[in-house]
Design a protein. Structure first.
Length: 228
């Protein structure tokens, strides 16, 4: 490909990217046709690209090419065709619910095991590790840091206790204690959510600055190319 053609293609790509960026930024002045046009282009491109990846990588490479060596792959293939066929017919859509139920059940089991093995158990392990004497060297304030981790974890978990009703006697004392601990946990939760929101806001601002810098660079590049 000749250098002139390469420059024209690169300039066209920059101009198109800048135009789509501006159509997205136009939402700042309200919902409009340009924003919807850019959104439709993005969704259409994403769906088309995803469909191509699924057909090539999943259906052809992972299923059809490996089916002779691994006959068990016929099961997900049949389930996919079952779901696609019956869900496309309104009168027979309920037949496809069997596959949907299987997918929901598997997804729930995977999510539950992921929450236990990836979040709850590591958090319990980290909480216990914070109180170990062998790990106090990594904490500047020693045992205080470990206690802070334990108290913060327990109090935050007690925030999600919805069974402490107003009762009398020992049950009432326990309910008041739970509400007191939950109040402390809400403070920890407030700091955690504030830090997460600040991180998300910083990331969004970084993306915004990056797109503005892209617009500036694209403008000067196109101006220099046309001027040269």
């Amino acid at each position: 490909m000749r250098p002139e053609i390469v420059d024209i293609v690169e300039i066209a790509g920059l101009v198109l990217g800048a135009a789509l960026t501006l159509t997205t930024f136009s939402y700042l002045i309200g919902d409009n046709f340009l924003y919807r046009l850019g959104l439709h282009l993005f969704i259409g491109t994403l769906v088309g690209y995803t469909l191509g990846i699924v057909l090539r990588e999943v259906l052809v490479k992972m299923t059809l090419e490996q089916l002779p060596d691994n006959p068990i792959l016929i099961v997900p293939l049949v389930m996919g065709l079952w779901l696609l066929f019956f869900k496309s017919i309104p009168r027979l859509a309920y037949v496809g619910n069997f596959v949907v139920a299987y997918l929901v059940g598997v997804g729930t089991a995977v999510a539950l095991s992921g929450a236990l093995l990836g979040t709850l158990i590591p958090q319990i392990r980290a909480t216990g590790y914070a109180l170990e004497t062998t790990s106090q060297a990594s904490f500047p304030l020693g045992i205080l840091d470990g206690l802070l981790v334990v108290v913060g974890t327990v109090c935050t978990l007690m925030v999600f206790n919805f069974t402490a009703n107003k009762r009398r006697g020992l049950a009432g004392i326990w309910g008041q204690f739970v509400r007191l601990v939950a109040g402390v946990g809400r403070i920890f939760l407030l700091f955690a959510l504030s830090a997460a929101f600040a991180g998300a806001l910083t990331t969004s601002l970084s993306l915004f600055v990056g797109r503005v810098q892209y617009l500036i660079d694209a403008f000067f590049y196109v101006a220099d190319s046309l001027g040269g």
